[in-house]
Design a protein around this ligand. Sequence first.
Ligand SMILES: Cc1cc2nc3c(=O)[nH]c(=O)nc-3n(C[C@H](O)[C@H](O)[C@H](O)COP(=O)(O)OP(=O)(O)OC[C@H]3O[C@@H](n4cnc5c(N)ncnc54)[C@H](O)[C@@H]3O)c2cc1C
Length: 214
Amino acid sequence: MPTARTRVVRESERGVYDRETVNQILDEAFLCHVGFSVDGQPFVIPTSYGRDGDNLYIHGSAASRMLRQLKDGIQVCVTVTLLDGLVLARSIFNHSMNYRSVVILGKAALVDNPAEKLTALRVLSEHIIPQRWEDVRQPNERELKATSVLRLPIEEFSAKVRIGPPIDDAEDYSFPTWAGVVPLEMKVGEPISDPKLEPGRAVPEYVHSYTRTA
Ligand SMILES: Cc1cc2nc3c(=O)[nH]c(=O)nc-3n(C[C@H](O)[C@H](O)[C@H](O)COP(=O)(O)OP(=O)(O)OC[C@H]3O[C@@H](n4cnc5c(N)ncnc54)[C@H](O)[C@@H]3O)c2cc1C
């Protein structure tokens, strides 16, 4: 059930609070926006994440302001959005978008246990591009030291989902214009090999078959 802070107010029928739906959205996306306030100034920083069970991991330079502030245990609001389409109604007022989005509220904690830190970095990597971690050099001590990892428990959350055609006012259905949905999706392009790649090095299968859709 939502808390008082996570209950969707407008178009409340689009609010979804089950963990399975939230996890599906979190697993299809890998970019989030982390909102936090410092001295009364809100900052909303885009970054990548990985999910492991009921925890969300974010990482970055140990010098990053976001990670320095967050590790001191301030409140954060993390949002994730998958945009599925433009919804073109007969009136400009009723235009909308089809989407699946998640909001998570809570406090992030610094992951200082070396084993959990390494696991979290692997989770992040596997979340974004499965099988890459095993195919490349693992982080060394210096790189691990330069990287901070934060863990945010996925405890207080909500999702909001809009699907389907436009919803027009009854009198507008006869208005002479096109109405419907323009689907949008993240498209994977043809991989571009690094010009410095040694000759004959093939594109791995996990790169060729990369997709974000569930
Ligand atoms: C791609 C996209 C485009 C949008 N465009 C618009 C727009 O142009 N104008 C507009 O007013 N709204 C837009 N929304 C919807 C917007 O995100 C809010 O849902 C909306 O502002 C109504 O918020 P509220 O007043 O009901 O809730 P608030 O009081 O703002 O929020 C209460 C709680 O509801 C939950 N919640 C609210 N919105 C979401 C959400 N999207 N996903 C998950 N949980 C949520 C959160 O837990 C939040 O703490 C868009 C959403 C998406 C994903």
